[in-house]
Design a protein around this ligand. Structure first.
Ligand code: PEP
Length: 231
């Protein structure tokens, strides 16, 4: 069964979250996950859909202003968390080390984890795609192994929010590099939308999708889930 996760980034407060969740009815045959902003988690959880946070801290508690811990998310009923999204790496100083620590904490509190990896355009163009991917994946794998709660997401940075997707061949190649290193499901992320979902989701090694922009609209996210369910 494919996993389709919607990363809402910093969109949708509690009211819009409630409206979306009421209208959202994923088909059988797909695992749909919604990742709203922290303040909208309680509203999303009321719906009974599977809900992940967009980040999680490595400590259980402490002097970490602005952060949220794994036990706090678990207490709320959240099922998992994204870690290492490229926007966190790019704008908030996340490193392979902090991403791995966040994954360890989440899995230790029985939360599932979607850990994001992916190269920048500059890294791809200078021939370093494989090197970068290996370092990112190994940092997570060395910290948590092939944990059953772990999912990786291959998200080439140049494809996120740009409308530019990896070609099916590029996705296949990157997923095969990742799967040689760790035996867990791997999602593809980067401008996935209903029109391109089928060709990406049918590539070998692509176990689902992490979706940003197209997850904000209930019709397009439902269409994506339907495509995945019918494969
Ligand atoms: C994302 O935020 O993880 C993402 C892949 O965004 P988009 O689908 O908008 O490219």
């Amino acid at each position: 069964m494919k996993l389709i996760a919607g990363n809402w980034k910093m969109f949708k407060g509690p009211r819009e979250t409630r409206d979306f969740c009421e209208a959202f009815a994923p088909p059988e045959g797909v695992e749909a996950v919604l990742c709203p902003p922290f303040v909208s988690l309680p509203a999303a959880l009321e719906s009974g859909h599977t809900i992940f946070a967009q980040n999680v801290h490595w400590a259980d508690d402490g002097a970490y202003t602005g952060e949220i811990s794994a036990p706090m998310l678990a207490e709320l009923g959240v099922a998992g968390a994204i870690v290492g999204h490229s926007e966190r790496r790019q704008f908030f100083g996340e490193t392979d080390e902090t991403v791995a620590r966040r994954a360890v904490a989440a899995l230790g509190h029985e939360l599932r984890v979607i850990a994001c990896v992916g190269e920048s355009l500059e890294e791809r163009e200078s021939g370093q795609m494989e090197l970068v991917l290996r370092a990112q994946v190994e940092a997570i794998r060395d910290a948590v192994g092939d944990h059953e709660g772990l999912v990786l997401a291959y998200e080439p940075v140049w494809a996120i929010g740009t409308g530019q997707t990896a070609t099916p061949g590029q996705a296949r190649q990157a997923h095969s590099i990742i799967k040689e290193l760790v035996d867990v499901p791997v999602l593809y992320g980067g401008s996935v939308k209903p029109e391109n979902a089928e060709e990406l989701l049918t590539q070998e090694g692509v176990d689902g999708a992490l979706v940003g922009g197209a997850s904000l609209d209930v019709e397009s996210f439902t269409a994506l889930c339907r495509t995945a369910a019918n494969l």
